[in-house]
Design a protein around this ligand. Structure first.
Ligand code: CMP
Length: 137
């Protein structure tokens, strides 16, 4: 079983959509290996998104990610990385397919409701950034 890292972002949490997103996660057959609610500082968000630090949207992204609570998760499934990215849909909610989470719960490119790892190396970094081994038993 592959593991991926996922976030229910502050806009989806504030809009009360965490339960609906979790329902979709269970319906699609993911195992929720780890889960916790966090209220990130901007420094913590900057560390998480360090690969984007040269991008023009870095300040906007890290301010948004530290603007309210979020839910961080480790999801398990066969092909979990691709399966979760497929369920989320395109990064921009306006381009995401009907039935995807970002189409349903995203409001803009920045406030796109969910995050998911894009590759196995990224998943390993992102899982380790937020979870200890003991939290993933
Ligand atoms: P995510 O999957 O969390 O990975 C990086 C995030 O940066 C991405 O989702 C978007 O929410 C955000 N992002 C990407 N491009 C832009 C942009 N042009 N303006 C604001 N945010 C962006």
């Amino acid at each position: 079983m592959e593991r991926t890292f996922a976030i229910i972002k502050p806009n989806a949490f504030a809009d009360g959509n965490s339960g609906k997103i979790l329902s979709r996660i269970y319906e699609e057959g993911f195992a929720v290996v780890g889960l916790k609610k966090l209220y990130l500082s901007q420094v913590e968000a900057e560390g998480f998104y360090h690969v984007h630090k040269e991008r023009p949207f870095f300040a906007e992204l890290t301010e948004f990610m530290s603007s309210g609570p979020c839910i961080v998760m480790v999801l398990g499934a066969d092909n979990a990385i691709k399966k979760w990215r497929d369920l989320m849909g395109a990064t921009n909610p306006a381009e995401a397919a009907e039935g995807t989470l970002r189409r349903e719960f995203g409001t803009s490119l920045g406030e796109n409701a969910t995050h998911g790892s894009d590759a196995s190396e990224t998943a390993a970094f992102e899982i380790g950034y937020f979870f200890s081994g003991l939290e993933l038993l």
